[in-house]
Design a protein around this ligand. Structure first.
Ligand code: IPE
Ligand code: IPE
Ligand code: MG
Length: 253
């Protein structure tokens, strides 16, 4: 989006990121360390997500995008995948009213086709609940993959017959209507993207935490935001603090 890019400045970011993305990782290890089944980690992970949402509302974050299930997570044992799907259904049924009461609107990104009908119905229902004005817009990535996102965007652009440019393709990517993530938090100690928002993370600040997801709390979020506030985002330019270039020095003799 050229307009957005042109208006970016190389300066210290606003103290609070507008859009936070989170890879909620470490549920399985958290459970295994307690000699519990991995699925217990996912259950406690759902409580951690509630703390994250509360923390974001308190801190004034406007958009939150969480990675709940990747397009590769189907490769896990069938019992774990079924337990996760059941947990999503329960969470949607139980938590949507409370989220609405907090001023949180919900939206999903990812390929819904392989999900069961009950789940798809609940997703549509949750998305159609009007929360106006929303204090926080929560996007849940479910059966989402960054590569899938790029391919679905390319297909949509092709169907529309538009000429492919960064800007035109970008319009068909998931979350194209909101600002790109300012901060990506990944818990669980791994330093990788795991096919999350590949396109949208181009200039996102990354924050990695050793905390396993079920232990995540408002304090971990506050640390990540404080760390973000110390970063200088340059978007390819030079630092504001750098000496201005001498135009004479740039001339080709
Ligand atoms: C993240 O925790 C949750 C999902 C991927 C659904 P994991 O289940 O990946 O936990 P670890 O990484 O195995 O500890
Ligand atoms: C990423 O975590 C997906 C989610 C948190 C939903 P994974 O646990 O699936 O990532 P890898 O396999 O360690 O890269
Ligand atoms: Mg993991």
């Amino acid at each position: 989006m050229s307009g957005k890019t042109a208006s970016r400045k190389t300066s210290r970011p606003a103290l609070v990121p507008r859009h936070v993305a989170v890879v909620m990782d470490g549920n399985g290890r958290w459970a295994t360390r307690r000699l519990l089944p991995r699925t217990a980690g996912h259950k406690f992970g759902a409580d951690a997500l509630k703390r994250l949402v509360r923390g974001c509302v308190q801190q004034g974050v406007q958009y939150l995008t969480v990675f709940a299930f990747s397009s590769e997570n189907w490769k896990r044992p069938v019992e774990e995948v079924s337990a996760l799907m059941e947990l999503f259904v329960q969470a949607l049924q139980r938590e949507t009213p409370d989220l609405t009461a907090q001023g949180v609107s919900l939206r999903f990104l990812g390929d819904r086709e392989p999900l069961n009908e009950r789940m798809r119905e609940l997703m549509v229902q949750a998305e159609s609940t009007v929360v106006e004005p929303a204090r926080l817009r929560l996007n849940v990535a479910l059966n989402y993959g960054g590569r899938w996102d790029i391919v679905q965007a390319a297909r949509a652009a092709q169907t529309a017959g538009v000429e492919l440019t960064e800007e035109s393709l970008g319009r068909y990517m998931c979350l194209a209507d909101i600002p790109e993530p300012d901060l990506l938090i990944r818990t669980g100690g791994e330093h990788r993207v795991s096919n999350f928002l590949l396109w949208q993370l181009a200039y996102t600040e990354f924050y990695f935490s050793e905390t396993l997801w079920p232990d995540f709390d408002e304090q971990t979020l506050a640390h990540a935001i404080a760390d973000f506030a110390r970063r200088e985002r340059r978007f390819g330019r030079v630092s504001d603090k750098a000496a201005p270039a001498d135009p004479a020095g740039l001339r080709v003799a």
